[in-house]
Design a protein around this ligand. Structure first.
Ligand code: PMV
Length: 361
């Protein structure tokens, strides 16, 4: 490898699944047990800089300005896989910042690992694209490949293909510019992380096989609803997938309950609003925050209605956004030992996994 320091910065947005994934079919390779379908949230951003430096004696991970040895293991494992691909051995400093609460069910691991693989790929000049990059993101976090793309995104299981999963954009952000109001009911980190929770569910829930079996039909319904821009149908399938995932979590032993009282109040409020004709539905991941997905004209009113609920500590609003992309430094294309880092640039299509498309945020 080049003996000089190389660095790149990437941004990525978290995504929320409308058809959820929970469980792995291969724990070792971190392959999800079911496909999933998500929207990428342009209003929340992770920014990650990766600097490979021949002087370093180990990898360093700085999250939100603090070194975080507890979380370093997954980052190092991801960097090791990328170093193997690129045939390099230098250690790296990874500095990552989220402009939203971390590890609280707001998909910070999805945006975090999407930004990490895109930045490391550019810093190394590894030239990885599409499925290769998505595989590396997936090894780190099953929802991370979806944040490589913008708008509406599907992660499909492809056990007979060259890659175990394939992730693709279904619609660009502006093709159906939904908005999301996120009611934060507890910004602290969750008690049980998703990897542990998934394993516990798979091993102990009697409902787990039914959850896995019913996923393909849910994905087909959601795909069709998106194709028709049918909000009612998307609301129906998204709430069903969300509640089914939480039901299977709760049926583990010990049961996993990620909700608090305000989470339940938010669910009721969203359902009341929809019964009155407001185009809104809810979805909730492995945490107590409620994401209310709505048509643009309903967003303000939905925000006010959720903000009034006791226990809702803050509201975040987002439109749909783009996939992960390089915003500075890096070396695009195949690695070339004769060059060091290139100047800053914005939205470098080809260094990220998805084309740069106009965002709605
Ligand atoms: O990306 P992971 O492995 O931390 O799993 C996240 C799973 C859920 O957010 C609960 C659902 C999903 O599909 O995003």
């Amino acid at each position: 490898m080049n003996s000089k320091t190389t660095q790149a910065t990437a941004v990525a947005h978290p995504n929320i699944a409308l058809v959820k994934y929970w469980g792995k079919c291969d724990v070792e390779r971190n392959i999800p047990a079911v496909g999933s379908l998500s929207i990428t949230l342009g209003g929340l951003t992770t920014t990650t800089t990766v600097r490979f430096d021949p002087e370093l004696e180990h990898d360093v991970f700085v999250l939100g300005g603090r070194e975080t040895p507890k979380k370093t293991e997954r980052v190092v494992a991801c960097l090791d896989r990328m170093r193997r691909h690129a045939g390099v051995s230098h250690y790296a400093v990874v500095e990552s910042d989220n402009d939203f609460p971390t590890a609280a069910g707001l998909a910070s691991s999805a945006s975090g690992f999407a930004a990490l693989v895109v930045a490391a790929n550019a810093a190394l000049g590894a030239g990885l694209e599409g499925s290769e990059l998505a595989d590396l993101a997936c090894r780190a976090s099953g929802s991370a490949p979806r944040s490589l793309f913008g708008g509406f995104v599907e992660l499909e299981l492809t056990p007979d293909g060259p890659h175990p999963t394939e992730t693709r954009q279904l619609l660009e952000p502006l093709a159906w510019p939904l908005r999301v109001q996120i009611a934060v009911t507890d910004p602290g980190p969750k008690a049980v992380g998703s990897t542990e929770g998934m394993l516990m569910t798979e091993l102990t829930s009697p409902y787990y096989p039914a959850w896995v079996e019913s996923s393909a039909a849910d994905l087909a319904d959601a795909r069709a609803a998106i194709d028709r821009r049918d909000f009612e149908a998307l609301a129906d399938i998204s709430e069903s997938s969300c509640l089914k995932m939480h039901a299977v979590m709760m049926s583990a032993r010990p049961g996993l309950v990620y909700w608090n009282g305000a989470t339940v109040e938010c669910i009721s409020r969203v359902r009341e609003l929809r019964a009155k004709g407001v185009p809104v539905f809810f979805t909730i991941d492995a945490g107590p925050q409620v994401k209310a997905v709505c048509l643009p004209e309903a967003s303000e009113g939905v925000g006010r209605a959720l903000g009034d609920i006791p226990g809702v500590t803050s509201l975040l609003e987002s439109g749909l956004g783009d996939g992960a992309r390089v915003v500075g430094g890096g070396r695009c294309g195949k690695r070339d030992d004769s060059t060091s880092s290139t100047p800053m640039r914005e939205n470098t299509a080809g260094c990220g996994a998805s084309p740069a498309v106009a965002g709605s945020w």
